[in-house]
Design a protein around this ligand. Structure first.
Ligand code: P6P
Length: 333
């Protein structure tokens, strides 16, 4: 049997002089949360967790019962360990400070407890996304402003994918590794070491129904993909769009592709749909560590200085040569 996720993390920890074991402890708590979420997602209707909660989140999106349940699971699994100073979630307006009865640690975490949850009622893959930052030195009562760190400062980023099998894909800045849950044993095991995004692809991912709202460079790029060899490209393309970022990004890590949720004029108040702090930044850290490229179309996503916990950004990420082609089209205008 291959290396367990915990064994992998502890062996990584041994490479870091004077490591306190705090980070390993935090990851262990996150893994525990993902196992509990996997259980509830997998049981679904059998335990009555599907359907709408009849409430809205800070994004104005209708919450599914599992949005709330998984948020609670993540909070409860991570608040007591003494590794975190605060948390921020897609499902909570403001940050969640660690309750007084628990010790505080030196990390901050942002997370989307159930990304793609609109798919959960129709049994399509969904996921959990998380990003770990350092709490600024000397800050014992963090506020939202302490989370406003560019993606380049992330200590770790990962996602759990609740699909045909449950996986955790993780980076701490030394490449990307994938682990698959063995339900019989109850642990994740290394199945995808050193994941790499192929630099070329013939597969693009975008929600085509937004076509009339895109900027010209995206219109041009997607039109060329659709036309393939009949429109000046050297190859023909296929299209995929799951509607769960975790599933689309995982496919790109496994076989290449370009994922686009670009700037659109659908809602002038929004720079795009996806959130910087708990979708774009963690996925960018993972994809860049696997040799991919991640851009808003005009700048590197991880270079952005955040201005809000729930800030939205345009996202173009995946196979280097295709993302760079689309970025070059933005320079042409
Ligand atoms: P649309 C899920 O709600 C999500 O945040 C991402 O996981 C996914 O890529 C995107 O939105 C899907 O958006 O507009 O196609 O439903």
């Amino acid at each position: 049997m291959s290396k367990s996720l915990i064994q992998f993390i502890i062996e990584e920890q041994r490479q870091i002089p004077n490591a306190s074991g705090n980070f390993t402890g935090l990851l262990n708590d996150i893994i525990s949360a993902c196992k509990q979420i996997a259980h509830d997602v997998n049981k679904g209707a059998l335990i009555g967790v599907l359907g709408s909660a009849g409430s809205e989140n800070v994004q104005g999106e209708t919450q599914k019962k599992l949005d709330i349940i998984t948020n609670e699971i993540f909070i409860k699994a991570n608040e007591w360990g003494g590794h975190l100073a605060a948390m921020a979630s897609e499902e909570m307006d403001d940050i969640y400070e660690i309750p007084k009865q628990y010790p505080r640690g030196k990390y901050l975490i942002t997370f989307d407890p159930l990304d793609g949850s609109s798919n959960i009622d129709v049994n399509v893959s969904v996921g959990t996304i998380f990003s770990i930052l350092r709490c600024p030195e000397g800050v014992t009562h963090p506020t939202a402003s302490d989370f406003m760190q560019p993606g380049t400062t992330q200590v770790c980023a990962g996602y759990a994918l609740y699909g045909p099998n449950t996986m955790i894909v993780l980076t701490t800045g030394n490449g990307v590794n994938g682990f698959t849950l063995d339900r019989d044993v109850g642990d994740f095991f290394l199945t995808n070491p050193d994941m790499q995004v192929p630099v070329d692809t013939q597969e693009f991912a975008i929600n085509m129904s937004n076509r009339r709202f895109w900027e010209e460079p995206v219109q041009r790029y997607v039109e060329e993909c659709i036309k393939g060899v009949d429109g000046g490209r050297e190859k023909n393309f296929n299209m995929r769009w799951v509607g769960s970022m975790v599933a689309d990004v995982h496919r790109i890590l496994m076989r290449g592709g370009i994922f686009m949720y670009p700037f659109d004029t659908k809602d002038a108040a929004r720079a795009g749909k996806l959130r910087l702090m708990y979708e774009a930044n963690p996925m960018s850290f993972i994809v860049e560590q696997a040799g991919g490229v991640c851009s808003t179309g005009r700048e590197r996503i991880m270079a952005l200085l955040p201005v809000g916990l729930h800030q939205r950004v345009p996202v173009i990420l995946g196979s280097k040569n295709e993302v760079e082609r689309l970025v070059s089209y933005h320079k042409d205008v």
